[in-house]
Design a protein around this ligand. Structure first.
Ligand code: AGP
Length: 608
């Protein structure tokens, strides 16, 4: 989603802004732009397309203060006129991430006041609004604060003015923004990866913060306009972790990082002899003792992780569990139960729908909250009482891979710890699970060896327009995840069904042109699944089966087998995810799509 970078320094900031934007490219965007103050004037460069185009167009632009932006279109098509920064009366420039809900009312008012709108965006009202307050003699800070008070919606903004070469104003509410602290220079960015070449010292801004950023100092004001201090943290993210290295795409790199990501996520547990609630926070033991049900809220891939967890949680702990798509839950009038543990799952920790769903749950009386998240200091982590950080490292590819498998690992730990606390896990079972978790990274490594075979298989998919994914039980959510991966990056229409549901409708779609991909673990539902596969074959459907060892599903005409290792029990969904990620990746390569930045999608969905 939109990315913001800003800088006020003793040097030309244009290269800093451009490199920052390039590092935010993974968030997804369709146009880019920057503005600097130079010789008392605003200079703006905008481009539709890649940051590389903006870089070319910016040759010769310089300034010691500036703001820059990658735009993911919400209001108005991707075009140069809609690209940020937006400028009011050649004087005030604004970049914005978020959505201003009352922009139409403001636009009408500002038009009547003589402001000319040159874009279709909601953002432009912010520029004119700030200008209207600034023109009345207010400081840029006060003009911005006054304008923000009139906005309804979500924002992270950066503001500069032509006659103020020393101050950049920024603010956030509902969209992420942080401040980078350098030596006699300061920066702003949507996420820390944008700033790594210039600083590691960052201040994660809180909801409603407004900051006056100068070269030597900065001042933060809270929602009430009071000066506040926020801790400067040293980011642990290292530069290498956001480099592509030997891989062709971030998605490929991230698929291959899964053994390490899982090992890192499980590190504290696997090094110990027993499972303790403390890994979820100091209050976890007391909280877990007080709950009688679980409600999982998430979006997309993270929602699929929740669906897998429901099988584990109900079967192993005996605790009732529901899983809801966050964007639906946030608007649903539901029955709250203060003894429910609300679990939000998110890679980014900034997903607007998941945040809103969590807030909705809290307002309705839910008090026990847990975030499973990959980004420390993200909004969701800060909003929850308990937390477990997955340690997948930065995930750049829009298609989530290592975040998903590490979320599953964290959710399995939650299951085991709850089961243990409820006396549903014997010491022997605990040791057995710990042993299996220790072997998980090497199990994933083994599955990754299927890569050349899957690359070959993908050749058969490039000409297809549709695909059906099947799974049963614990692996039905894995089929959903496989279908999501394929549609996201290869643009092939893919659906997932629990295999038993085929005959209730989707079987009508099956013919020789419909590839049917099935996850076939050697579990209690195997024989049922085999019958479902026969139903497909009998209608001429081409089957691609990811089968565990000893399933006795044989290669035959129209049946292609990808041989998985021995069945991994409860951890099997993690292993079965890997080949589906690889399949989506290699089909996308065949189709020549932009794997890491698929069309129309953004990495962090920070707007509703
Ligand atoms: C998955 O590949 C996605 N791009 C998307 O579904 C993602 O999982 C979803 O937007 C939720 O994001 P989050 O985990 O950062 O909250």
């Amino acid at each position: 989603m939109c990315g913001i970078v800003g800088a006020v320094a003793q040097r030309n900031v244009v290269p800093i802004l451009l490199e920052g934007l390039q590092r935010l490219e993974y968030r997804g965007y369709d146009s880019a732009g920057l503005a600097v103050v130079h010789d008392g004037q605003l200079e703006r460069v905008r481009s539709i397309g890649r940051v590389a185009d903006l870089t070319e167009k910016s040759a010769g632009t310089r300034g010691f203060i500036g703001i820059a932006h990658t735009r993911w279109a919400t209001h108005g098509v991707p075009s140069v006129r809609n690209a940020h920064p937006h400028i009011s009366k050649d004087h005030v420039a604004v970049v914005h991430n978020g959505i201003i809900e009352n922009y139409e009312v403001l636009r009408t008012r500002l038009t009547a006041a003589g402001y000319e709108f040159t874009s279709d965006t909601d953002t432009e009202v912010i520029a004119h609004l700030i200008h209207s307050h600034y023109a009345r003699g207010n400081s840029l800070l006060v003009a911005t604060q006054a304008s923000l008070a009139e906005l309804v919606g979500a924002y992270a903004i950066g503001v500069i003015a032509a006659d103020n070469p020393d101050q950049l104003i920024c603010a956030r509410r509902g969209s992420p923004l942080l401040l980078g602290v350098g030596i006699e220079e300061h920066f702003i960015a949507s996420d820390v990866s944008a700033l790594l070449p210039v600083t590691r010292n960052v201040v994660y801004l809180e909801e409603g913060d407004v900051v006056e950023v100068g070269r030597r100092s900065y001042q933060i004001f809270d929602t009430k306009g009071m000066r506040v201090e926020r801790t400067v943290q040293i980011s642990e993210l290292n530069n290498e972790s956001v480099q592509l290295g030997e891989y062709c795409h971030y998605m490929q790199k991230e698929i291959h990082e899964q053994p390490q990501a899982l090992a890192d996520t499980l590190e504290s547990v696997c090094n110990s002899q027993s499972l303790v609630p403390g890994i979820f926070g100091a209050e976890a033991a007391a909280t877990f003792a007080d709950i009688d049900s679980i409600l999982i809220l998430a979006c997309g891939t993270s929602y699929h992780a929740g669906l897998v967890a429901r099988y584990w949680l109900e079967e192993i702990t005996g605790i009732r569990c529901t899983v809801e798509v966050a964007s639906e839950y946030r608007y649903r009038i539901s029955v709250a139960n203060p003894k429910t543990l609300v679990v939000v799952i998110s890679q980014s920790g900034e997903t607007a729908d998941t945040q809103a769903a969590l807030n909705h749950a809290k307002t309705h009386g839910h008090i026990h909250t847990l975030a499973i998240c990959n980004v420390p200091e993200s909004a969701l982590v800060r909003l929850c009482k308990l937390r477990m950080l997955t340690r997948a490292g930065p995930e750049i590819g829009v298609a989530s891979t290592k975040a998903f498998t590490t979320q599953l690992a964290a959710l399995f730990l939650l299951t085991l710890i709850l089961a243990k606390q409820r006396g549903r896990l014997t010491a022997e079972q605990e040791q057995k699970h710990l042993q299996e978790l220790r072997h998980l990274p090497s199990g994933v490594k083994k599955v990754l060896e299927l890569e050349p075979q899957i690359a070959k298989l993908a050749e058969q998919f490039a000409s297809k327009h549709h695909a059906l994914f099947l799974g049963r039980g614990l692996h039905y959510p894995i089929a959903l995840e496989g279908a999501l991966k394929l549609k996201e990056i290869s643009y092939i229409h893919a659906e997932a069904y629990p295999a038993g549901e085929l005959k209730h409708g989707p079987l009508a779609l099956v013919d020789k042109d419909m590839p049917v991909i099935s996850v076939a673990p050697n579990d209690a539902l195997l024989e049922k699944l085999k019958s479902n596969l026969q139903e497909v074959r009998a209608r001429g459907g081409e089957l691609y089966v990811f089968a565990d060892a000893h399933t006795h599903i044989r290669e035959a005409e129209g049946i292609h087998i990808m041989q998985m290792p021995e069945h991994a029990g409860y951890l099997s969904p993690i292993l079965h995810t890997i080949p589906l990620q690889l399949l989506a990746y290699y089909v996308a390569l065949q189709k020549g799509t932009d794997v890491d930045k698929p069309r129309n999608l953004a990495k962090s969905v920070t707007v509703e």
